[in-house]
Write a protein that binds this ligand. Structure first.
Ligand code: NAD
Ligand code: WQD
Length: 341
């Protein structure tokens, strides 16, 4: 019998982490999750079990900034690789509380790498973001687009970690690191049983749509309709959460035969305007919003979409699900939230 490999997933109860755990289990990996539930719900573990049929998930509830607890997990489990999702993601929080933010996103990552180094674990996949690109860089953004000036401390925290990871790889030729720059994840698992359920409202479009759909007045605020785009609202590369999480498993597999540091964009290569998303969501949900056009949101850029050709070539990965898939799965998930909370 071939022994299963164990992957440590930090932040595995969160939006993207939980989706990735489902893929890892489907692909016959064993999974160990660390999450202190600061932005997620313990019920996620039951939801993962319901979908995958795996009932004995290994879960540790603590803050990854606690190094001795972290080391203890590495000592107890035979971990082959790490997918590191645990971080703060609210752009607004990063602007208001930069030190707490950097402490978690940079300090937490350093802790993980140190524990890996002590225990000889050499495979690391990191959740980065399209916000690392310079706000002046033109779309489609490729991995070598300019990184000089990310628009907020959130983006900077991801960029600093990317640079730290480069130094780690330079210092250890056996260390492998995949940096995945996500564009705009949206949607939920196709079963509608698991999706984004944040404790802190990060202001992202998907949760905002669900919130407005459930509100009495159905008001929806669009931040800016005077951008130079086809309808004046921002353009983003929305990618289905299931497509996104599959990219992580492909990246892990890539490092079975490759070493060193590689960076990949994970996006669809297509852009939709905010208004197009809202209109598509209205059709799918049957809800009509009262749209209010508000001033631009600070830090927003007009257009961001990817070139994901590198991931296609190296990882044999391509996003295949459409905007309608994302929005109908988001709708299913919002009904599930109604029923279970
Ligand atoms: P999320 O908040 O849903 O998930 C993060 C999880 O990590 C949460 O469950 C939270 O409780 C946990 N966590 C945070 N800090 C922790 C700590 N110190 N110790 C233990 N657990 C901790 O966010 P997400 O959307 O799933 O994002 C996952 C990763 O992807 C993050 O690194 C985020 O920055 C990155 N990312 C997200 C997006 C997006 O739009 N969602 C886009 C680009 C990059
Ligand atoms: C998308 C568009 C808003 C809510 C950020 C991070 C990125 C990634 C995703 C990660 C913008 C508009 C939104 C609303 C609106 N994050 N909008 N009304 O800003 O592209 O990217 O989140 O962890 O790294 O930078 O995503 O979903 O916040 O916004 O008009 O109520 O929707 O102004 O144009 P963004 P978003």
């Amino acid at each position: 019998m071939i022994e299963k490999e164990t992957i440590l997933v930090t932040g595995g109860c969160g939006y993207i982490g939980s989706s990735c755990v489902i893929d890892l289990l489907d692909q016959n990996y064993d999974v160990v999750i660390i999450d202190d539930l600061r932005n997620s719900n313990i019920k996620t573990l039951d939801r993962i079990s319901e979908i995958t049929g795996v009932t004995n998930l290994k879960f540790y509830d603590f803050d990854i900034n606690d190094f001795s607890k972290l080391l203890h997990v590495f000592e107890n489990e035979s971990i082959k690789g790490v997918i590191h999702f645990a971080a703060e993601k609210s752009v607004q929080m990063s602007i208001n509380h930069p030190l707490d933010f950097y402490e978690n996103n940079i300090g937490g990552t350093i802790n993980i790498i140190k524990a890996m180094s002590i225990m000889g674990v050499k495979n690391f996949i990191f959740s980065s973001s399209a916000t690392v690109y310079d706000k002046e860089s033109l779309s489609p953004l490729s991995e070598d687009s300019s990184l000089l000036n990310p628009s907020n401390p959130y983006g900077k925290s991801k960029l600093f970690v990317e640079q730290i990871l480069k130094d780690v790889c330079n210092s250890d030729e056996n260390f492998s690191c995949g940096i995945l720059r996500y564009f705009n994840p949206m949607g939920a698992h196709n079963s509608g049983k698991i999706g984004e359920d944040p404790k802190n409202n990060g202001g992202n479009l998907g949760p905002a749509l669900v919130k407005a759909m459930k509100s009495e007045n159905k008001n929806f605020q669009i931040f800016g309709n005077d951008y130079e785009t086809r309808d004046g609202t921002c353009i983003r590369d929305f990618i289905h959460i299931t497509d996104l999480s599959k990219g992580h498993v492909n990246a892990l597999k890539y490092f079975e035969t490759n070493k060193g540091l590689c960076t990949w964009n994970l996006g669809t290569g297509r852009g939709h305007t905010v208004l197009e998303v809202i209109e598509a969501f209205e059709k799918i949900s049957g809800v009509k919003f009262n749209i209010e056009f508000c001033p631009r949101r600070e830090g927003d850029i007009a257009i961001s979409y990817s070139s994901s050709i590198k991931a296609e070539n190296d990882l044999n990965w391509k996003a295949s699900l459409s905007l309608s898939d994302m929005l109908s799965d988001l709708c299913k998930w919002s009904y599930e939230l109604d029923g279970k909370k």
